[in-house]
Design a protein around this ligand. Structure first.
Ligand code: DC
Length: 235
């Protein structure tokens, strides 16, 4: 179906193919909750020897920190202040780049919901988008999120928008977190986050006009990454 990993060219020729386009290529991967962006993006970055940035982790870390400090998730100004804190920037960058393990603190139902609440505030988004662009300017990078292809990196060299039904995403997330009985709750949560992410007035989740929509139904992570690498070859 898709080329196997062994038959792929190694990371360097792929990197240089994108490098012909710009000095520091950016690959933008967007998609809804639990669409596999982070797993796919991290593996892709490793194969290309690019940096990796999970922007969702920034919103999650902000929500977690705000909850811990007792800040209201409705106080946009206080959240923006927190987002601009230097310690916060450093922690998130390190966590995103260095670890395959999901930090369990940032993946509780409370933080799932809190992250999508803090992400609604324009002042929070402005502060985090600025940090994301600064990080991207430093080198070749794979960035994953909701607004990478539209807002953060509208000139990205390749834009991919991952698509899968809410039911498929809920099944994958259920297996990932090992919560066999939790399908109904996880599905309801995904639908609620989809609604919040697509309907917020500031930077809603939407595919960029020039994004490649990739339906991942029935595909595993390796197959999705192989498919994106084929897109790079055609870029
Ligand atoms: O991708 P994720 O589930 O880890 O993202 C957590 C929340 O952060 C999600 O509800 C939407 C928000 N988010 C966003 O608004 N913009 C991004 N670029 C990344 C995430």
């Amino acid at each position: 179906m898709f080329p196997s990993t062994e038959n792929e060219p190694s990371g360097t020729p792929l990197r240089s193919r994108l490098g012909v386009l710009t000095k520091h290529p950016t690959i933008a991967i967007d998609g809804p909750a639990a669409s596999g962006k982070t797993t796919v993006g991290r593996l892709l970055a490793r194969r290309l020897e690019f940096q990796f940035l999970d922007t969702g982790l920034m919103y999650r870390a902000l929500a977690w920190t705000a909850i811990r400090k007792g800040l209201s998730l409705s106080d946009g100004a206080a959240l923006r202040q927190l987002a601009s804190d230097e310690t916060f920037e450093f922690t998130v960058q390190e966590g995103s780049a260095s670890s395959d393990e999901r930090d369990p603190r940032f993946y509780t139902p409370e933080v799932d919901s809190g992250a999508s609440q803090v992400a609604q505030w324009p002042e929070v988004r402005t502060a985090l988008v600025k940090q994301q662009r600064d990080i991207a300017s430093k080198g070749s990078i794979v960035m994953v999120g909701r607004d990478i292809g539209t807002i953060v990196a509208p000139n990205a060299d390749l834009k991919v928008f991952l698509v899968a039904s809410p039911e498929t995403r809920a099944r994958r997330r259920m297996l990932q977190v090992g919560d066999e009985g939790g399908y109904g709750r996880i599905l309801a949560d995904i639908k609620q986050r989809d609604q919040r992410d697509t309907q917020r007035s500031h930077s809603p989740l939407v595919a960029a006009d020039d994004a490649h929509k990739l339906d991942t139904e029935g595909m595993d992570v390796e197959q999705v990454v192989d498919r994106i690498i084929c897109m790079i070859g055609a870029a």
